[in-house]
Design a protein around this ligand. Structure first.
Ligand code: PAF
Length: 285
């Protein structure tokens, strides 16, 4: 029989296992995911396992973070394969609740982070971060891990999570996991599976164009010109639309005019029916 990581489906069973580990003096880490696991997710499991004794991976396709017309129904649901992949990692338990367990009848509370969520992904996907903040708050309180890890590919999501965890005094350490890339540099994402062969080839040019932007900025280019040049290059190589290419302060995510402190370029481009996200560090000279 193929090895597979065991799963629990209720908050009660999750808490029973986590409490048992804690009674034995073990520390616990949580890797929240929506499943369709790829090597980026598996790298998060390995990274957190260096810090904690036991690792829980949650798999829940969260309806409240998808907007109308987005891919909630089409989002790949591959729990069996995911649990087999996790058996090759240090993961100890999968928490895979259904929708009714996560949002019980009468659910009426939402976590909203002001400011940080107004721009970039927040502007392109209204309501998205309320859904993320609410479900991540719930997952953290359901599991009560010592540490939780989120990938830097969703850079703004990580900043939003750090904000509400600090604001709400949730007793957990938040770790950022390195952005993992495919061989041609495309950021690993569950949504890459939606791309056909031609789209996949074009998608591989996204990171190349962002590397060129980072080099232009290092050579002294005006930041707005660098953003415009990258946007035009993306359209020229075949992206259907560019939601944004923005050079921002790496912590506040505010748009900046010059590189004085650590900065980041955050970008989203559309190809076929897919929105691709990427980001890169821009270090001060
Ligand atoms: O990054 C994701 O996969 C999701 O946004 C998360 C953090 C699991 C919340 O549903």
């Amino acid at each position: 029989m193929t090895a597979s990581v065991p799963a629990v489906r209720t908050v009660k069973d999750l808490r029973a296992q986590v409490s048992a580990w804690k009674r034995q003096g073990l520390t616990v880490g949580l890797v929240p995911t929506m499943g369709a696991l790829h090597h980026g997710h598996l790298s998060l499991v390995s990274a957190i396992a260096e810090k904690v004794d036991r690792v829980v991976v949650s798999i829940f396709v969260n309806p409240t973070q998808f907007g109308e017309g987005e891919d909630f129904d089409a989002y790949p649901r591959t729990e069996e394969e995911d649990r087999i992949k996790l058996a090759t990692t240090p993961a100890n338990l999968v928490f895979a609740p259904n929708g009714a367990e996560m949002y019980r009848t009468g659910h009426a509370s939402t976590v909203t982070v002001a400011g940080l969520t107004d721009r970039l992904e927040g502007a392109s996907r209204p309501g998205h971060f309320d859904g993320v903040a609410t479900v991540v708050t719930k997952l953290l309180l359901q599991c009560l891990p010592d540490v939780a890890i989120f990938g830097e590919k969703d850079y703004q999501q990580l900043a939003v999570i750090r904000r509400f965890v600090a604001d709400l005094d949730i007793p957990v350490e938040i770790m950022g996991g390195k952005l993992i890339r495919e061989e041609d540099g495309l950021a690993a994402s569950s949504r890459n599976a939606y791309l056909n062969v031609e789209e996949r080839a074009t998608a591989g040019k996204f990171n190349v164009i962002l590397h060129e932007l980072v080099a232009d900025v290092a050579a002294g280019a005006d930041l707005r010109n660098a953003e415009e040049t990258a946007t035009q290059k993306l359209l020229d190589v075949g992206f259907k639309a560019v939601d944004y290419v923005s050079i921002v302060d790496a912590n506040s995510l505010e748009l900046i005019d010059k590189i004085g402190a650590p900065a980041r370029v955050l970008a989203v481009a559309r190809i076929g029916s897919v929105r691709l996200l990427d980001n890169m560090a821009i270090e001060p000279k």
